[in-house]
Design a protein around this ligand. Structure first.
Ligand SMILES: [Fe+2]
Length: 166
């Protein structure tokens, strides 16, 4: 085996190991250190700014990226709604930008930290912890998510997206 091939294999092993190491440590640390609540704080901070009383729609660079990665805005809405509604227990539907792939991605997050994809920058989040909808919607999470789309602040999402792609 050539030196270059050996070096490439060694780098791949190190990358694989470091990825698992990061997943392992970031997954375990929050339980012991209170970082679960930091994730909650970050996601809620985004969530409040993702909402508005004005009607907004994605446009410009954000809309172009949505169309590139999901086909249409309606397809993104459908995927985002399905993802948020389908969270097992408490959690979040998340639209995020992954710099490594230069793509938007939709994630499901249990609680505040599980099933996340490290490196993704959240630009739009939907809180589907029961406390976010129970007073008005009782157990009708689906109705809450569907209605939430009418108050999403796509201008804020566009600002977050512009920062994420820099
Ligand atoms: Fe919440």
């Amino acid at each position: 085996m050539s030196t270059i091939a050996s070096l490439a294999i060694l780098i791949l092993i190190l990358l694989f190991w470091s990825k698992n190491f990061i997943l392992f440590t970031t997954y375990r640390l929050p339980v012991d250190s209170g970082l679960v609540h930091l994730s909650s704080h970050i996601l809620h901070t985004i969530f409040w700014t993702n909402l508005t009383n004005k009607k907004t729609e994605p446009s410009g660079a954000l809309l172009r990226q949505i169309e590139k990665d999901f086909g249409t805005y309606d397809k993104l809405k459908s995927l985002m709604a399905k993802t948020a509604k389908g969270v097992d227990g408490n959690g979040w539907g998340i639209l995020g930008y992954l710099p490594a792939t230069e793509k938007l991605t939709v994630l499901q997050c249990e609680n505040h930290e599980k099933l996340t994809q490290w490196g993704v920058i959240p630009v739009l989040v939907i809180d589907v912890w029961e406390h976010s909808y129970y007073l008005k919607y009782r157990n009708r999470r689906t109705e809450f998510v569907d209605n939430l789309f009418s108050i999403l602040n796509w201008d804020n999402v566009a600002e977050r997206f512009a920062k994420a792609v820099k």
